[in-house]
Design a protein around this ligand. Structure first.
Ligand code: ZN
Length: 283
């Protein structure tokens, strides 16, 4: 098995202060929790940013500010910037504007789905443009899969030359409107991946921990964090993102899964391969 890549999604676009006082909202708060999670063992931090009212933002300078604070503190944790947080709020162009700043990793939501009471739209034209932008700026896409059909969307984008190996997938299970968080669903999805793909699992609410554990046992990777789940135990709020990371680190040790460092994760998910390759011409 690979060394385990632990990701943490700390803020998201929906988790609010009314739900939990522990969700980081400002750039400084997000950076501080990112550092705590890195010290606890996370190799990747998945970043959303918010505006002054706490609403989802796609402002590139906010992403950059979080990254700058984390780097200034001496951390080499991989920063994975969201391109999904502004969906339904800002234009597709604004959603992908941060890619021009060349983050190491950015989310690539590989299709459209109902999402709670809303609709999460990622049109074919948007995905093709986002893939072109990521290729141009040598950004590793974290291919997020909310439902089984999205794996076929990824395969079609691969066949059409928009996505290149090595592939890094994140299954997001248990969103109302998309695939349920079950072992059977996950095993079918893993079996459906393109050859050589690496994959991680996150799941919503009470499904987070058991699905993380199943993924770890299967040789996959795991994402925790307050974006997906605000609880530590039933009706008991998690008091930080690092608290959730620390639990997974303990479980990984018990399971004999060694943790990947950020640099080891860069090698596994293809950040190094992309950064050492010449930029692909934008079409
Ligand atoms: Zn996210």
């Amino acid at each position: 098995m690979d060394k385990l890549i632990l990701s943490v999604a700390m803020t998201g676009s929906r988790t609010s202060r009314a739900q939990t006082p522990y969700v980081p909202i400002t750039e400084e708060e997000i950076a501080q929790q990112a550092l705590d999670c890195w010290r606890a063992g996370a190799a990747i931090v998945h970043i959303h940013v918010r505006d002054e009212n706490g609403q989802p933002s796609c402002a590139p300078e906010r992403y950059q500010k979080v990254t700058d604070i984390v780097r200034a503190a001496g951390s080499d944790v991989i920063m994975n910037w969201s391109t999904g947080g502004g969906a339904g709020i800002v234009s597709d162009d604004d959603r992908s504007a941060s890619i021009a700043l060349a983050p190491e990793v950015a989310s690539f939501d590989c299709g459209s789905t109902n999402f709670g009471r809303g609709v999460f739209i990622n049109s074919p034209a948007f995905l093709e443009k986002l893939a072109r932008d990521m290729n141009e700026h040598l950004v590793t896409p974290e291919i997020e899969i909310f439902d089984t059909g999205m794996i076929q969307v990824a395969k079609d984008l691969i066949a059409d030359g928009f996505l290149q190996p090595p592939y890094w997938f994140q299954f997001v299970l248990g969103v109302r409107g998309a695939a349920p968080a079950t072992a059977r669903e996950l095993t079918h999805m893993v079996d459906s991946l393109p050859d050589g793909a690496r994959w991680s699992v996150c799941a919503i609410g009470r499904h987070q921990l058991p699905m993380n554990m199943i993924a770890m046992a299967m040789g996959g990777h795991a994402r925790t964090g307050l974006e997906d789940n605000i609880y530590y135990h039933y009706r008991q709020l998690a008091t930080s993102n690092a608290q959730l990371v620390e639990r997974l680190v303990r479980i990984a040790r018990e399971m004999g899964r060694e943790l990947a460092t950020p640099d080891e994760a860069r090698e596994l998910i293809g950040v190094n391969a992309r950064r050492s390759a010449p930029a692909r011409a934008s079409e």
